[in-house]
Design a binder for this molecule. Structure first.
Ligand code: GYE
Length: 346
């Protein structure tokens, strides 16, 4: 831990009254950057890939000491973890916040302790943005808008009337950036095109909850459902299991229930290849190297952007729609292949 070692050296200098020439081992330890990472949990394949990316980046070989804390999807655990990091005098705090609100007090404590905070993946909603140094993550609203534009293009290409498009939205963790943006993108599509939103309920980004929620919605309105918009892959896996167990088929053909998803994890794209998921919109979890680049810049005294979005793609089961437009920008929709899946890093 840099700060502690520096102060230990200063103390040694004062006590001995002579200059201290650090031994080689001490000098090496002096370079170690201590990072406390408060991770939301392990609710999804995306999250596991994200944890893995952070752990392999902030390794001893790379000159870091990582203190990792899994909050099990609870904000109170994240608050405790951050307070522990402050007490341990880490050099940086990385926070992947479960929801957007409720961070002002604890981030003020980090600021008072002079510790830089980097927000990862989801965003925080704080009254003073000097409470964090920078944010890196996904543009969830754009993801939702892209998915909605694809649905409009797909149903139009199939000659389906907008008023015959009945949608179920299995939302993510309520109040998280990923949920807020993805739900809003769909809701805008409902307003713009006149689709019917039959049900909207949280599956908490997990397979188990996605399945449970889908089961109960199927009981109420099974025969009416045309589209299930899952806000991540794990919810989609659960929803697909529920749909098939109830005797319905998933897919993009007439009479089937069309499943849309986000994340493009390996398992998600495998379901896209088999046609169980018709569209999977990417959300890239490999933030480790990106955060490392930010830390290196800060260490060098350079300026960093206040926020940075990651570029993301869209993958479909077939080529009914090959590109869509959001706010005058074109986005390609790639038909998934096994080669694409094999060539991906997660
Ligand atoms: O889509 C989901 C995860 O915050 C972007 O959280 C992330 C989301 C991701 O649990 O699978």
């Amino acid at each position: 831990m840099k700060k502690k070692i520096v102060s230990a050296l200063l103390t040694a200098t004062m006590v001995c009254g002579m200059s201290v020439v650090p031994a080689v081992g001490v000098a090496a330890a002096d370079d170690t950057i201590t990072v406390g990472f408060s991770q939301v949990g392990a609710e999804s394949d995306w999250r596991t890939a994200n944890t893995e990316s952070m752990k392999s980046t902030f390794s001893e070989e790379n000159g870091y000491e990582l203190i990792f804390d899994d909050a099990q999807q609870k904000q109170e655990n994240q608050l405790t973890a951050i307070r522990n990091f402050i007490q341990q005098e880490v050099d940086y705090i990385l926070l992947a916040p479960v929801t957007e609100t409720g961070w002002d007090t604890v981030l003020q404590e980090a600021k008072d302790a002079d510790i830089s905070v980097i927000i990862v993946a989801r965003m925080v909603d704080v009254s003073d943005d000097s409470l964090y140094t920078t944010w890196i993550g996904t543009d969830s609203l754009l993801e939702g808008r892209k998915a909605a534009e694809w649905l409009n293009a797909y149903t139009t290409a199939k000659g389906i009337d907008a008023k015959d498009v009945n949608i179920v939205d299995i939302q993510g963790t309520i109040g998280s950036t990923a949920q807020i943006g993805r739900s809003k993108g769909l809701e805008e599509g409902v307003d713009n095109y006149g689709w019917n939103l039959l049900a909207q309920q949280s599956g908490e980004f997990t397979q188990a909850k996605g399945q449970e929620v889908m089961e109960s919605i199927l009981k109420q309105s099974g025969d009416d459902i045309d589209v299930v918009y899952c806000e991540n892959d794990n919810e989609a896996f659960g929803a697909i299991d529920a749909i098939e167990a109830a005797g319905y088929e998933v897919g993009g053909e007439e009479g089937q229930i069309l499943v849309m998803s986000f994340d493009t994890t390996n398992a998600g794209l495998t379901d896209t290849l088999s046609g169980k998921i018709t569209l999977d919109t990417e959300c890239n979890p490999l933030h480790g190297p990106r955060v490392q680049e930010i830390i290196e810049k800060l260490e060098a005294g350079e300026e960093v952007d206040k926020q940075a979005y990651v570029d993301e793609e869209m993958f479909a089961a077939d080529d009914t729609v090959t590109s869509i437009k959001v706010d005058d920008a074109d986005y390609e929709v790639t038909t998934i292949t096994q080669d694409i899946i094999d060539g991906r890093a997660y």
